[in-house]
Ligand binder design. Structure first.
Ligand SMILES: *[C@@H]1O[C@H](CO)[C@@H](O)[C@H](O)[C@H]1NC(C)=O
Ligand SMILES: *[C@@H]1O[C@H](CO)[C@@H](O)[C@H](O)[C@H]1NC(C)=O
Ligand SMILES: *[C@@H]1O[C@H](CO)[C@@H](O)[C@H](O)[C@H]1NC(C)=O
Length: 450
């Protein structure tokens, strides 16, 4: 039963029928109610299967609604922007023209869902072509990325944006994008990433089941005291617990940190990614991204999506923090390296200018929270009124928070507010992605109330 969760990790649609029908059936004939309820679910399951069959027989939906011309990836920047060149932001490029071809490597537990929402919004606004996975919201992670996993893939099609979860493989990604594509990703302090990953994925990593202790915090402490007693690199889903960044970036996460290969890897990453963002400096990261891509400030407005309940910060003490870093030594090397390049970029941008821009961005986000979000903040999943705004939950838990949209939003911001609050799966569906497998899995989980 564990199998699909690995693939469908992330935020997916929750199934709303259960709750609603439950509410309609009021007590006296409990049994009758239950059978009606079950019948409804069965009916819906059947429908899902029919849709499944349908999506097998039909050619996959592609994002052709935008009518983009098919462009050739090997003649550079065919995708001209209609916007006039702007002179404002960058000294380093003579003309700043918005760049619309982008590879975002979505790493796990790094705030990347929030960035995805930004990219979805931008792509939607400019009618860009996304390379979406087939049937689900990741590229068959944790297998390596293959071009053929792209929905509707043909060798002569070129895409604007690739941004779903994958295990990176450059030789397969590169040919999908025009020459001038920008490559970016996001990292996070490896100790905090480990903590978050342990909490989120422990249930789907069988080798954690035998760790003594109750609760994920205790288990994690025990694990970190002596990782090798509980860790088997060939175990199912083991990569979630050891150098997950390195794994997502497409390298061997079991490499010894002293191996000379590590230097080469860092060099390769330096050359490959134009910008490596850091979750700890999220606003700065987004501003660097905006600058690099020559986008507008409003393009990077955001609300935190996919946040967990009870995030009173990390529960790792300094000692555990260090142990978690040591255990994830490769990730720590990568993180430290890109932390230093990050601050060099901030210096180039201008330290004072960055400070001002961060304040400005935060003020704007704050205003949007007031305008868009009922109650001014996130709520538990069971308090979310619209199924379209329900985030996906990890197996067996209801811990990911979501939002309710305010009722009386100004006309000007109504659509922006809705888009900013729409979780990944629902947004992908809106953009034309075919998610039958994810949705089927969602209905199975709903059926078992799991
Ligand atoms: C950009 O700079 C050029 C010359 O430097 C100027 O003629 C033009 O008006 C500027 N455009 C904008 C939008 O500021
Ligand atoms: C990143 O680098 C900055 C500047 O060198 C330093 O102050 C900061 O502590 C580093 N952050 C982490 C999480 O290592
Ligand atoms: C929306 O309604 C609230 C309370 O009913 C009110 O305080 C607020 O001013 C209204 N906002 C707009 C934009 O009309």
């Amino acid at each position: 039963m564990v199998q699909p969760s690995r693939r469908l990790e992330g935020e997916h649609q929750r199934w709303e029928y259960g709750h609603k029908t439950d509410m309609m059936c009021i007590k006296p004939q409990g049994k009758l109610c239950r059978s009606i309820w079950k019948g409804l679910i069965l009916g819906t399951l059947l429908t899902s299967f029919l849709i499944l069959l349908y999506s097998y027989t039909m050619p996959p939906l592609t994002l052709s609604s935008t009518g983009n011309p098919v462009f050739d990836c090997f003649s550079s920047s065919i995708q001209e922007s209609s916007n006039p060149a702007k002179n404002s932001s960058s000294f380093f490029t003579q003309s700043c023209r918005p760049r619309q071809n982008l590879m975002f490597l979505k790493t796990h537990k790094t705030g990347s869902s929030t960035i995805l929402n930004i990219l979805f919004r931008y792509g939607q606004k400019h009618h860009l072509r996304f390379a979406f996975p087939r049937g689900r919201n990741d590229f068959e992670y944790p297998s390596y990325f293959q071009r053929s996993q792209v929905e509707g893939y043909r060798p002569d099609i070129c895409y604007n944006i690739i941004c779903n979860h994958m295990r990176y493989q450059h030789s397969e990604v590169r040919p999908l994008l025009p020459q001038d594509a920008v490559f970016v990703t996001v990292l996070r302090d490896p100790a905090l990433l480990f903590e978050s990953s342990f909490q989120y994925f422990a249930r789907v990593v069988p080798l954690t089941w035998t760790i003594p202790g109750s609760g994920s915090k205790q288990k994690m402490d025990t694990f970190l005291q002596s990782p090798l007693s509980y860790y088997d690199s060939s175990g199912y889903n083991a990569h979630y617990l050891h150098n997950l960044l390195m794994f997502d970036l497409g390298y061997d996460n079991e490499l010894d940190a002293k191996n000379p290969k590590v230097k080469l890897i860092l060099k390769e990453l330096d050359e490959r990614f134009h910008l490596v963002m850091l979750m700890e400096y999220f606003d700065e990261s987004l501003l660097l991204l905006k600058d690099l891509l020559c986008w507008e400030l409003e393009d990077i407005f955001y609300f935190k999506l996919n946040a967990r309940k009870n995030t009173y910060g990390s529960r790792l003490g300094p000692e555990m923090h260090l142990m978690a870093q040591n255990w994830n030594a490769l990730d720590t090397l990568i993180y430290n390296h890109f932390n230093s390049t990050f601050w060099k970029k901030v210096e180039e941008y201008g330290v004072e200018r960055m400070k001002q821009d961060v304040l400005h961005l935060q003020r704007k986000n704050e205003l949007l929270i007031q305008e868009c979000i009922a109650g001014g903040g996130p709520v538990d999943a069971n308090k979310i009124k619209e199924s379209g705004l329900q985030p996906w939950q990890p197996i067996g838990e209801n811990v990911i928070l979501g939002y309710n949209l305010k009722k009386n939003i100004s006309k000007q911001h109504r659509q922006l507010c809705r888009n900013m609050l729409t979780p990944e799966i629902q947004y992908m569906s809106q953009l034309g992605a075919d998610l039958w497998l994810t949705q089927l899995w969602a209905s199975i989980r709903a059926f078992f109330k799991w």
